[in-house]
Design a protein around this ligand. Structure first.
Ligand code: NAP
Length: 251
């Protein structure tokens, strides 16, 4: 029987792959057979070591995604190195915490630029290649804040709610052309992004108390959803925001 989840011969870009969820997604896709292009502004040595244990081919590209400047050349370098681009995981993201009443323009712009603007134009640049080459898979990393308001993270909530809308819009435009655009909405995971929450005993207890699974997510918990949305198994799945949240939204 054909393995619906096999990614052999596929080429995947994962942004923000040096750590956290991006690193775990890169390792999972490599384990399913994909060649990995890891994009980010920090060293990819740790990710490279983990990926080559799991899968065949790895290439790192150093880039800061707070501007659009590097995006077109990342796509062409990927195609030059591995001969194509089949999967884009828009994972790079930042968060700024302050009460809405004090929130600064800088904290607004920085988050929107990386989490939303770059993600859209990375999807556009990738789709231009995919549309000429039989399609592909685009996965945006959304959030519980794509569904909920949260507190003290105005630009983050705006960016992740916007990303959910964009996921649906791009799915509507590109589904008929062989591109699946979907998102994964992680719940509360142990990464740098959530250090402040986990170090605050009250917030930590409140969050844990609401997760039916009774624990924070580990980055490897995202691997299955990432492989599913990257693979043939999801060929008729378009514009969905898939929560991987230990049951948080069901509560
Ligand atoms: P993380 O450990 O802070 O990782 C964020 C990644 O994005 C890092 O690789 C970071 O690179 C990269 N990045 C940030 N700004 C960048 C820029 N300007 N250019 C290039 N790369 C940049 O946090 P994470 O939890 O793994 O976050 C990954 C994604 O999941 C984010 O989109 C986040 O919003 C989302 N998410 C996380 C959770 C959670 O509970 N952890 C929940 C929902 C959604 P550096 O290491 O160099 O900064």
């Amino acid at each position: 029987m054909t393995n619906l989840f096999d990614l052999s011969g596929r080429v995947a870009i994962v942004t923000g792959a040096n750590t956290g969820l991006g690193q775990a997604i890169a390792v999972a896709l490599a384990g399913a057979g994909a060649s990995i292009v890891a994009v980010g502004r920090s060293s990819m040595d740790e990710t490279e070591a983990a990926v080559v244990k799991a899968g065949p081919r790895f290439h790192a590209i150093r880039a800061d995604l707070n501007t659009l400047d590097p995006i077109a050349s990342i796509v062409s370098e990927t195609v030059g190195v591995f001969g194509g681009l089949d999967i884009l995981v828009n994972n790079a993201g930042i968060i700024r915490r302050a009460d809405a009443i004090d929130f600064t323009e800088a904290d607004w712009d920085e988050v929107m630029d990386v989490n939303l603007k770059s993600a859209f134009f990375f999807a556009q640049a990738s789709a231009r290649h995919m549309l000429r080459n039989g399609g592909g898979k685009i996965i945006n990393i959304a959030s519980m804040l794509s569904f909920q308001g949260g507190i003290r993270i105005a630009s983050y909530t705006a960016s992740k709610s916007g990303l959910a809308g964009l996921t649906r819009l791009l799915a509507c435009e590109w589904a008929a052309h062989g591109i699946n655009v979907n998102a994964i909405a992680p719940g509360y995971f142990v990464t740098n992004n959530t250090t402040a929450l986990r170090e605050d005993p009250e917030r930590n207890a409140n969050i844990l108390g609401r997760i039916p699974a009774g624990r924070w997510g580990e980055p490897s918990d995202l691997g299955g959803a990432a492989i599913f949305l990257s693979s043939k198994a999801s060929d008729y799945v378009h514009g969905t925001i898939l929560p991987v949240d230990g049951g948080w939204l069901a509560r």
